[in-house]
Design a protein around this ligand. Structure first.
Ligand code: GCB
Length: 600
């Protein structure tokens, strides 16, 4: 059997069994093997934004039928990247509508001539609606950014003796509407004394810049015509043995023999099996364990990373910073991160709350049936993609929906129930900023995740109120629901280099003092029912322009360039202190703590 990423881990993640996905087929991460080849299409693509009034000129003139340069000027566009960040043309930064990407590829003869080879085109993500043509033929459509999609294009490339040249055209629309995820609205401004004819703006209800384009890799890969389409791995422990249940979906033929080899992190075979489903037993198993996780129940002390155009150096830098801090968890706020990020979490022992793009569900009209259906489909895609990562400990279906609305209660109940049916083994949550008495979604979650900004968005400057208000928050929620609670956001806007003592808002001193007050409050509850604290935010990040944002959101403890503000040192001390204060259930975690800790 080709080496599936899922079984290459002797790691024991949560149990996932009987997963009944409504989606057709799997979405395994492409890996080279003796029977599979990959061809990454990263690099320069041709690009054009359709600035026509109705944004539909590309369709009216059928730009996909011929090379893009034949229908007008093109510019170079790197993939992966966000097209908004590349050009000096401000219109492109704020563009709303269809953009067109194109790339030509020459395929190896063995891909086009050998009919026992299947050729697949896979797009890591395209935000937010995409249509794909191969040699002018309409091949694939996908709704929703941040998740991969693919098509078997063998029929299009294996058509004759010499057609090894392939033209891939991708049209992407970044418009957010009441039924996209995240949702948005398009507002036409019709006062002609203020706005030109046809003037419109895209309204969004979330706090990050709506970067778009081909932000993750595009690639071609091959499989044999009889191939493994999906693998589902679930695990458990029996005394000192690890039990790995696997279910493999094979497509293309019923005539195959399947040999299963379980490899550990050093590529040593630790168990063997046969057939499409079974159980492998690993005696004396070495369990996957979160980096610096210290006690049961788990206390997730950490922060969050913000995704964008995929970039290896930035990713490795961020994981180095997480280790430097002694952090061991984050939430993928507010959309699924690249698959490579999830793989790093598995390898570095970073626990993940895997969040879908259910952010900005702020208006009553967003809780409609079309959105609900799409939201469930998105959860299917998230679970399908990430189900085998040991790092994933919980699914989050939304961030700060208007959960005080009755309609939101029903909506959240349905999405959460659906997610649980996809994966009965992992807890499901959404992140709330509603009042405990008004929230209509909280009855359905397993863990309550709360965002609060005491002394920031309320009672500005009054740091002395934080402990009281935090205690009230925790007690109210716990009394009502008796569920574990995570403080999923808290923080303060801080401009690196601003100093003032006694502290004033926006200075490094204020951020530090605010966090210190929160920590005193958290320490009162963390041995009881508060099981995690996630600061907002890991690093500064870009947002839409507004009078409340100075070149983006500055609540990072690192700048956008990944340099520490004073609060980073405070958190580093806290995280390592918590780690070192506790017993270590796993010897590797222990030695890592002792070797790396600056405080022992
Ligand atoms: C929140 C949101 C997050 C924002 C943050 C803020 O509650 O979940 O997306 O960036 O507040 O800084 O206002």
């Amino acid at each position: 059997m080709a080496r599936g990423s899922a079984v290459a881990w002797a790691a024991l993640g949560p149990l996932l069994w009987g997963c009944a996905l409504g989606l057709q087929g799997g979405m395994l991460y492409p890996q080279e093997s003796p029977s599979r080849e990959c061809k990454e299409l990263d690099g320069l693509w041709s690009f054009r934004a359709d600035f026509s009034d109705n944004r539909r000129r590309g369709f009216e003139e059928q730009w996909y039928r011929r090379p893009l340069w034949e229908s007008g000027p093109t510019v170079d566009m790197p993939v992966p990247s966000s097209f908004n960040d590349i050009s000096q043309d401000w219109r492109l930064r704020h563009f709303v509508g269809w953009v067109w990407y194109e790339r030509e590829v020459i395929l190896p003869e063995r891909w086009t001539q050998d009919l026992r080879t299947r050729v697949v085109l896979r797009i890591g993500s395209a935000h937010s609606y995409a249509i794909v043509w191969v040699n002018g033929v309409d091949t694939l459509e996908h709704e929703g950014g941040y998740l991969p999609f693919e098509a078997d294009i063998s029929n299009l490339v294996q058509v004759g003796p010499l057609p090894s040249r392939l033209r891939i055209t991708i049209a992407i629309n970044n418009t957010l509407t009441p039924t996209t995820l995240p949702p948005g609205t398009i507002q036409y401004l019709t006062d002609t004394s203020k706005y030109p004819k046809g003037y419109f703006v895209q309204n969004t209800y979330f706090d990050f810049f709506n970067y778009a384009g081909l932000q993750r890799s595009v690639l071609l890969y091959t499989t044999p015509t009889t191939y493994i389409d999906d693998i589902t791995v679930t695990t458990s422990v029996e005394q000192d043995s690890g039990l790995v249940n696997y279910q493999i979906s094979v497509k293309g033929s019923n005539l195959f023999k399947l040999e299963v080899r379980l490899l550990d992190a050093e590529n040593k075979v630790v168990a063997n099996g046969t057939g499409t489903q079974g159980q492998l037993k690993v005696p004396g198993v070495s369990l996957w364990w979160p980096y610096l996780m210290h006690e049961r129940p788990a206390y997730l002390y950490s922060l969050e990373i913000r995704g964008k155009g995929f970039d290896w150096p930035l990713l490795v830098k961020d994981f180095n910073l997480l280790r430097w801090l002694g952090a061991n968890a984050f939430r993928t706020s507010h959309y699924p991160y690249a698959e490579e990020v999830m793989q790093m979490c598995d390898r570095y022992g970073i626990v993940v709350i895997d969040e879908c793009p259910g952010v900005g569900l702020a208006l009553p009209q967003f809780f409609n049936n079309v959105s609900l259906h799409h939201h469930m489909q998105v959860m299917e895609e998230v679970v399908r993609r990430d189900k085998n990562h040991p790092a994933v400990v919980m699914w989050s279906v939304a961030n700060e929906p208007a959960s005080h609305l009755e309609s939101a209660g029903y909506y959240l109940k349905m999405v959460i129930a659906h997610t649980k049916s996809l994966d009965p083994s992992r807890p499901v949550t959404f992140v709330s900023n509603s009042n405990y008495a008004a929230d209509k979604g909280a009855p359905y979650v397993d863990v309550i995740c709360l965002n609060s900004y005491y002394s920031w968005y309320h009672d500005y400057g009054h740091l002395e109120l934080i402990q009281l208000q935090l205690a009230t928050q925790f007690e109210n929620w716990y009394k009502k629901y008796q569920k574990p609670i995570i403080q999923s956001e808290y923080g303060a806007e801080t401009i690196a280099g601003f100093h003032q003592d006694p502290p004033l808002m926006f200075t490094e001193e204020y951020q530090k003092s605010l966090l210190e007050q929160y920590h005193l409050g958290l320490d009162q509850k963390r041995r009881k029912y508060v099981v995690g604290e996630l600061i907002w935010n890991f690093a500064d990040f870009m947002t839409e322009q507004s009078p409340t944002r100075v070149l983006g959101n500055k609540k990072g403890i690192f700048t956008r360039q990944r340099q520490p503000k004073s609060a980073a040192f405070l958190l580093r001390e806290r995280y390592w202190k918590i780690a070192n204060e506790t017993r270590y259930p796993h010897s590797v975690a222990k030695s890592q703590c002792l070797e790396n800790s600056p405080f022992t």
